[in-house]
Unconditional design. Structure first.
Lengths: 272, 225
């Protein structure tokens, strides 16, 4: 590793270009998110993030995630964040092993900003999606050991002027979704809920409500997904991405929208 | 064996310094001001695409005069240095002071050891968090000398003359428009430079994370009017 005070200068033939991951690989490979180190993590209770959704709206895209992380049957965290801004016009949300996932997001965020600063222009939305695919693929050895990370990527395409959603598999396969996708342990329930109610041209407000409801439904059916916690005031993370950029909703906004769920089906009461 | 002519170290250094200074003086100048919204950087630049001012990190900007390929390489090295530091430690641990020292080290090394010195002068500026009134400006010379400057900083061949004018006309807490007009005036030889001849960027203190933004197009024109 170079002296911390020395500037990283390269001869033209080995210059890593605008990729931050390549830069790290050249000068400080030990700082790259971990790859396989032999052995399996089976039997270790490692925190896992659970359910996240990304849904297209008339004006862009909405991303949302519950706040629970589980380690086996234990709740590892009840206030983890799984939805992050990737840059001004896109967001990334994660399901899977929480540690490597958060490392991956951190690297991805720096990767996008680094490209923009070195090159002078931001990557296209598709370019960003492909970059994330490469990071997921690089994590494959760790995934084989039980540390799989499967993100969702969504953003506003400033050229095509619409929201777009991408999903990934553990091998780095990248799939563009037409309208919405969910990932994580409660994803089947969340996705079905969205599928039943989603329609083309839905206003962003309605999609926010739908995303919150779908996470509530997932929490209803899946032990690893956390529902809104009214006692501690912990609510899902929700982000709206449109032509004005990435905007995370405040807890108060999500709370207001979540309490509407209390009027929904299967209200409290005793069976007699 | 033939002996090379003896040249005193003083003469070697002087020749190198003259060489670098001449190279820098061929280009146009750049000024930076502390002003009400943050730090304003104004460069005389006719090109729309080849930049002299750019973003390094959340609160840090870079400005340069001199030979384009040389400062471009130093700019990218600065971005890499800052991003790596922020990645391995924390975003808060990246500072303009440290970056200016890294530039000084590289420029000093090249000045004394390489065939030819870099023909560049650099500015590294930083603004504090929203709500503070902190600002720092470091001016790094071709030989690695670093100067910590207050109020304003001038880079380039005309620096002395421009500094003289600014000594009289600069005032603390200037508005963005006043600072910009002053910049356009001191950079122009006879008449103030026009929007098309300027490259302008602002480190805007009130912005939450990335403080850097370019001022161009209609906004630039209306501020100059």
């Amino acid at each position: 590793m170079p002296e911390p005070s020395a500037l990283p200068l390269f001869a033209a033939s080995i210059d890593p270009g605008p990729s931050f991951a390549d830069l790290l690989r050249t000068v400080a490979p030990h700082q790259l998110p971990s790859t396989a180190s032999g052995g399996s993590t089976a039997g270790l209770d490692i925190p896992h993030g659970t359910t996240v959704v990304a849904v297209r709206s008339a004006t862009g895209v909405i991303m949302a995630g519950d706040r629970r992380a589980t380690a086996g049957y234990m709740i590892a965290s009840r206030r983890i964040e799984k939805v992050f801004p990737a840059d001004d016009y896109s967001g990334v949300s994660i399901a899977g092993a929480a540690g490597p996932a958060i490392e991956m997001v951190k690297l991805f965020q720096v990767q996008l900003e680094h490209y923009e600063k070195v090159q002078g222009d931001a990557l296209s939305l598709e370019g960003k999606a492909n970059q994330l695919g490469m990071l997921v693929r690089a994590n494959l050895p760790a995934a084989m050991q039980g540390l799989a990370v499967v993100p969702l990527f969504a953003g506003y395409d400033t050229v095509r002027e619409r929201g777009r959603v991408y999903s990934y598999d553990v091998t780095g396969g990248r799939y563009e979704e037409l309208d919405f996708q969910a990932q994580g342990s409660g994803s089947i329930h969340a996705r079905n809920w969205i599928k039943a109610a989603w329609r083309e041209g839905m206003p962003a407000d309605d999609v926010v409500a739908l995303a919150i409801t779908s996470l509530f439904a997932a929490a209803d059916e899946d032990v690893a997904t956390g529902g809104p916690d009214l006692v501690r005031r912990i609510f899902p993370t929700v982000a709206v991405i449109d032509a004005d950029g990435y905007k995370a909703l405040t807890d108060d906004e999500v709370e207001t929208r979540s309490t509407a769920l209390l009027q929904g089906p299967e209200r409290g009461g005793r069976e007699s | 064996m033939s002996m090379p002519f003896y040249v005193s170290p003083e003469q070697v250094m002087k020749d190198r310094a003259d060489y670098a200074r001449k190279g820098i003086a061929r280009g146009r100048s750049l000024v930076a001001f502390e002003c009400e919204p943050g730090v304003l950087i104004v460069a005389a630049n006719d090109s729309r695409t080849l930049s002299k001012i750019s973003e390094i990190y959340d609160r840090i900007a870079f400005g340069a005069v001199g030979k384009y390929n040389e400062f471009q390489m130093l700019r990218v090295a600065g971005v890499r240095h800052a991003d790596m530091k922020g990645f391995s430690y924390s975003r808060e641990d990246v500072s303009a002071k440290e970056l200016a020292n890294a530039y000084a080290q590289t420029l000093g090394q090249v000045f004394t050891h390489e065939m030819k010195p870099y023909e560049v002068e650099l500015l590294v500026a930083e603004v504090g968090a929203p709500g503070t009134d902190d600002a720092e400006m470091y001016h790094v010379l071709y030989d690695g000398v670093v100067m910590d400057e207050q109020d304003y900083s001038v880079l380039g061949g005309n620096a002395e003359q421009i500094s003289e004018t600014l000594k009289e006309q600069y005032s603390r807490g200037m508005s963005l428009g006043d600072a910009l007009k002053l910049g356009a005036k001191v950079l122009g030889d006879d008449a103030p430079l026009e929007a098309s001849q300027l490259e302008v960027a602002l480190l805007e203190r009130s912005r939450p994370r990335r403080a850097f933004r370019k001022i161009k197009g209609d906004e630039l024109a209306s501020l100059l009017a």
